[in-house]
Write a protein of this length. Structure first.
Length: 108
């Protein structure tokens, strides 16, 4: 499975709220930088999972990937995501040994 295919499966697991599958794509030392009105940095798989689960608590919000670009080796993938409410984000994913080790998310 390529990193792009893994990322697509990661997105699918998030939309299905399948947290077991979701976390299987993450490096233990994952770092998520969320850039919105303020910048929030989430480090480590457990903190990431807690934060994403809280974000989706009592929500059936889904999103789709409108566009992506990746390096030849697919170690870095840039995506443009859109949720059901029409809100956009630009997310950059970095892979290490086939796992997501870093995500930069910019809310637009």
């Amino acid at each position: 499975m390529t990193n792009l295919e893994k990322l697509q499966s990661f997105f699918e697991a998030e939309n299905l709220r399948n947290w077991t599958t979701y976390e299987s794509f993450m490096h233990d030392k994952i770092r998520w930088e969320l850039h919105g009105q303020q910048t929030e940095v989430i480090q480590g798989k457990n903190h990431y999972l807690s934060r994403i689960k809280a974000a989706y608590a009592q929500s059936n919000q889904q999103f789709s990937c409108l566009h992506y670009e990746c390096t030849v080796e697919q170690e870095r993938i840039v995506t443009l995501l859109k949720n059901d409410a029409g809100k956009l984000s630009c997310d950059i994913f970095e892979f290490e040994n086939g796992l997501i080790i870093r995500e930069w998310e910019f809310l637009l």
